[in-house]
Structure formats: structure tokens, C-alpha cells
Design a protein around this ligand. Structure first.
Ligand SMILES: Cc1ncc(COP(=O)(O)O)c(C=O)c1O
Length: 381
């Protein structure tokens, strides 16, 4: 296997086997430096360099890189502080009403549905969660819940527990057939799985920065389909929401006719610069190349775990898989296993009763082989 990163990009990988991108990924040093330099400049110079003109353009670089990431136009991209924040603004913008429903799954990460749960406390809309098992929810189970009263299907593109990848085009078709929107949380996929937003048919795609996008905490990127850009009134607004943000008149609020209307306030702009750099870094390598690299590591992990008689609960050998490999080690405490591995410089994560491996572009087969060897010795003790 060829290394797809350069020595020094991720210093920890010289001594550790870090396979935990589904929790917090490592950040390329080029992105970490960008954040520090921005923050240092503001500390030293206040608003001299980061002046009104620069502040108005703070998201422009992210728009460029986000468009590469999602194969869309720059006008379709907005930035924000977190996946949850952008999703909440969308949830209030859509605001499903009492007779309507929102469909998701009962294995989804809570933040993908909670913004709609909050809206349901206000409007009385129904939240419908398709039943899942072992971190897996079937397509037919989800689609059965969609009917003429469905306003939104809100789904995590890749499920956080077992890495199941949903077919966005098929879900968009099912949602649109009933006049519903497909809203996608791509926090567990963007950066590791190629996403063609316009071709997917999804109406909204939002990804937090610090997992597979290898960016910092405090930043997120959103795709908003063109047909919604002059329709949705954002749930969260502030002075940046007005189409000419430095025309500071409080007596009117007119939004830009682009995704930018969802950018409402002053934020940790250095984090946006960091996310911009990390997406640029990944896009320069190529998301398809990263995907193939990661899947090859997942294959090797699955084979190794099979050799130890460990049950893998993630989808294997299908279009529903990602490089998240989740397993159940019967008869052992997952907390102890994760702790023992960490003592040997191997980082994986416990989620529910499972152990979750999530290798990314900075890992190679040595990491996988070390993890399997050490796991074997831990299980023998
Ligand atoms: C699918 C998914 N969405 C969202 C989040 C977290 O969102 P936020 O960074 O807004 O808290 C996670 C975190 O694990 C996640 O797995």
C-alpha cells in the first residue's frame, strides 16, 4: 500500500496507530498552523489586518473548498460553528407543522434529529424513528415511515456506530416522491466518502469539521440545494444575515439569495480557515483515493478480526460500508480492551457495547497489523 500522506503531515502517526477518525481525526499540520497564525495575528494586531473587508470575505475560501468537496457551486456553500448549529438553523427554517412528520432512525446520532425534536416541542410535529439493530437501519424500514405528511427525512449519511452508508439518491427519491426534503448529516462521511451533492438529490448536506474532514472543533460546512436558497428563512439570524452585512440598519433584514444567508454571526473565523485548509489538503489528495485507501484498511481489519473469531457488526462487502469497522468482543469488557490498546499506543473507541475502528488516510497496514497482534495478546491473557 502506498502512503498517501507526506512525512510530518500528521506527526503522531510516527509513534501511534491512531484509528479513531469517527471520534476526532488528526489534523494535517498545515491546517493547524493556519489556525494558530490567524489567531496570533488577531492577538497581536486586533482588527488591523482582520478588517471589515476581510471579515466580510471570511467564508470565501471555505466556499471554494466546500464546492470542491461536494462538487457544487460556491454559492451552494455556507460555513458555521458546528454541524448542530447549522442543522438547528435549518430545522427552524423548515419548521414542520403539527400534521407533518420528520423521519429518521433510532440508531442515528442524536444531533441529527434533536434539532427537529426541539421544533416538535414547539409545533407538535411527529418524529418517526425507523427501528435499527446493532447500529444498522434498513432502507426499507426507513422508507416505510415516509408518507404524504412527511416534511423531512433527516439522516446521517454514515451511521456513527457501525458506519452503515445510506444511499442518498434512493432516499432523496423516496423523500421527494412525497414532497419531503432530504437533510443529510455528513459528519461521518465527508472527507472519506466521495459526495456529489447535486447528483445525490439531497436538499441539505452538513458536515462537522473535526472528524473525517480532519479540521478543528468550532467549524462546519453546509451544502444547500439551489432551489432552496431564496426560499428558506434561517432559524438563526444576526448582522451577517443581511445581504450587505456592513450596511448596519436594524430596521430591515433581507437575505442573500445563496446559501450564505445561513451565516449569521461573528465566530472563531480561524477555525473556518483551518477547515478550509484541511478540505484543500484532502481534496488535493483526492477523496476517491482516500476512500479506496481507507476501504483497503477496513478489509484488512475485517480479515484480521475474523482470524481472532471476533464478530464484526458493520456492513461488509457491500455498497453500505465505510472504513468504520465495529465489532463485538464477546466475554470481554470493551472499556478494558480500548484502555489496553491505548497503553500500547493504539487508539480505537468504545461505542455502546462495541469497539469501533475508524482508520483514515494517515493510517497504513502497519497500524492494522499492530492492532490485530496486540488484540490477540490482550484476548489471550
Ligand atoms: C453523525 C454525527 N453528527 C454530528 C456529530 C456531532 O455534532 P457537533 O459537532 O455539532 O456536536 C457527531 C459526533 O459524533 C456525529 O457522529
Amino acid at each position: 500500500m502506498i502512503n498517501i500522506t507526506q512525512p510530518g503531515d500528521f506527526p503522531l502517526t510516527e509513534t501511534w496507530s491512531y484509528m479513531d477518525a469517527a471520534n476526532v481525526a488528526l489534523m494535517p499540520m498545515i491546517a493547524a498552523r493556519e489556525i494558530t497564525e490567524w489567531q496570533t495575528d488577531v492577538a497581536l494586531n486586533g482588527g488591523i489586518n482582520f478588517n471589515d473587508h476581510v471579515e466580510a470575505k471570511a467564508f470565501d475560501g471555505l466556499r471554494l473548498q466546500g464546492a470542491r468537496l461536494f462538487n457544487c457551486n460556491q454559492d451552494d456553500i455556507a460555513g458555521g460553528s458546528s454541524c448542530t448549529e447549522l442543522l438547528s438553523s435549518i430545522a427552524w427554517a423548515v419548521m414542520p407543522q403539527k400534521h407533518e412528520n420528520v423521519v429518521s432512525t433510532d440508531i442515528v446520532f442524536p444531533s441529527t434529529i434533536y434539532p427537529f425534536t426541539r421544533v416538535s416541542h414547539h409545533t407538535g410535529c411527529e418524529i418517526r424513528l425507523a427501528r435499527g439493530h446493532n447500529g444498522y437501519a434498513s432502507f426499507t424500514g426507513i422508507v416505510k415511515n415516509i408518507d404524504k405528511n412527511t416534511a423531512v427525512v433527516s439522516i446521517s449519511h454514515a451511521e456513527y456506530t457501525g458506519g452503515q452508508l445510506h444511499d442518498l439518491a434512493a432516499l432523496a427519491e423516496a423523500a421527494h416522491a412525497h414532497g419531503a426534503l432530504l437533510i443529510v448529516d455528513a459528519t461521518q462521511s465527508a472527507g472519506a466518502i466521495p459526495i456529489d451533492a447535486p447528483a445525490s438529490g439531497a436538499d441539505v448536506i452538513i458536515a462537522g469539521s473535526y472528524k473525517w474532514l480532519c479540521g478543528p472543533f468550532g467549524a462546519a460546512v453546509m451544502y444547500l440545494a439551489p432551489r432552496l436558497q431564496s426560499k428558506l428563512e434561517p432559524g438563526f439570524v444576526g448582522f451577517r444575515s443581511h445581504k450587505e452585512m456592513w450596511n448596519l440598519s436594524p430596521d430591515r433584514l433581507e437575505y442573500p439569495d445563496t446559501a450564505k444567508r445561513f451565516e449569521s454571526s461573528t465566530m472563531a473565523f480561524g477555525c473556518i480557515k483551518g477547515l478550509e485548509k484541511s478540505i484543500e489538503y484532502l481534496a488535493d489528495i483526492g477523496i476517491q483515493r482516500i476512500y479506496e485507501h481507507n476501504i483497503a484498511l477496513a478489509d484488512r481489519l475485517i480479515e484480521g478480526l475474523g482470524g481472532l473469531d471476533i464478530e464484526v457488526v458493520s456492513p461488509v462487502n457491500s455498497s453500505e460500508r465505510t472504513s468504520i469497522v465495529t465489532c463485538r468482543v464477546t466475554g470481554f469488557d470493551p472499556v478494558e480492551i480500548v484502555k489496553n490498546l491505548q497503553e500500547r499506543n493504539i487508539v480505537v473507541h468504545k461505542r455502546q457495547e462495541f469497539i469501533r475502528f475508524s482508520p483514515h488516510l494517515y493510517n497504513d497496514e502497519t497500524d492494522v497489523d499492530r492492532a490485530i497482534t496486540e488484540l490477540r495478546s490482550i484476548l489471550r491473557r
